[in-house]
Design a protein around this ligand. Structure first.
Ligand code: FE
Ligand code: FE
Ligand code: ZN
Length: 277
């Protein structure tokens, strides 16, 4: 199978424009925010836009568009009001995503802001138990986090803790962010096999559905979460070559979230296709 790769695109001009942009830069998938990343109301999708996009997907071989929940969403906030916003936003996003057959939905588990990891995990699972419905067709991905501040999801065990408490856990998957796991202390540069074995042991590789491909401005275990362009950070190009070709990863969709404009993304997509074996 050919490398499935894309990047984060702005959705301000609507769905069809996004799919066209992806095609124009050589991508065959993409990620987008479901609404303003800082929160707020989402515009309702026009059916003709969705239809046109689905046709373009078929024509151009685009698969697995990945919707990203807003950054402000915090399912384990201290204030009930903030947790309610997370719940309502996720429910609304998943309702709208029902119209895109192979979409996935990625979110940051949350920051416990001093309540403690255990309490945070409980609240995140509680939110998911209220949000997830049997009829949902979209796989919901928990993103691996760098562990900045009180972020939950900096270890595979924390993500396991959430999954174990969710009733409809068959709807859950994991999105592995290379910058985040590196910053979280998983050495994907010198010990990629071992990290993936650990992932398999704790979470099961069948849960792994997507990869965010980002280099890191900081060192292993730095817990900083500052993305760098591919090959220009502490992870480095050779490691990315191994990552996109690894038997456990190579069939997954990869999404760039590097600090780039469209031309930069296009160049990275080309560069990574160039080292695909
Ligand atoms: Fe993210
Ligand atoms: Fe990410
Ligand atoms: Zn990040």
């Amino acid at each position: 199978m050919c490398l499935q790769i894309g990047c984060h695109l702005s959705c301000s001009k609507g769905f069809l424009a996004m799919a066209q942009t992806a095609v124009s830069i050589g991508a065959n998938t993409f990620q987008f925010f479901t609404r303003n990343p800082r929160g707020g109301a989402a515009r309702e999708w026009q059916q003709e836009d969705v239809d046109a996009m689905l046709i373009l997907f078929r024509e151009k071989g685009i698969a697995h568009p990945l919707a990203h929940a807003p950054y402000t969403l915090n399912a384990c906030a201290k204030e009930e009001r903030v947790r309610r916003f997370a719940l309502e936003t996720m429910a609304d996003d998943l309702r709208r995503l029902q119209r895109i057959p192979d979409a996935m939905y990625n979110f940051h588990p949350g920051s416990h802001v001093g309540q403690g990891v255990e309490a945070g995990i409980e609240q995140i699972a509680d939110t998911l138990n209220q949000v997830l419905q049997r009829e949902h067709t979209t796989t919901v991905l928990l993103e691996t986090m760098a562990g900045k501040g009180s972020e939950i999801g900096k270890s595979f065990e924390e993500l396991r803790g959430i999954i174990d408490r969710v009733e409809l856990s068959s709807k859950l998957g994991i999105c592995l962010d290379t910058c985040h796991v590196w910053d979280g202390g998983y050495d994907i540069v010198d010990h990629l096999d071992e990290v993936l074995e650990e992932f398999d042991r704790v979470l099961g590789l069948d849960r792994l559905r997507a990869v965010h491909l980002n280099d890191s401005m900081n060192g292993l275990g730095s817990h900083k979460d500052r993305h760098q362009k591919i090959g220009q950070g502490h992870i480095g190009m050779e490691a990315f070559e191994r990552i996109i070709n690894h038997p456990a990863l190579r069939e997954l969709p990869f999404y760039l979230e590097t600090p780039n404009e469209l031309e930069g993304y296009q160049a990275e997509i080309q560069m990574l296709r160039g080292v695909r074996k």
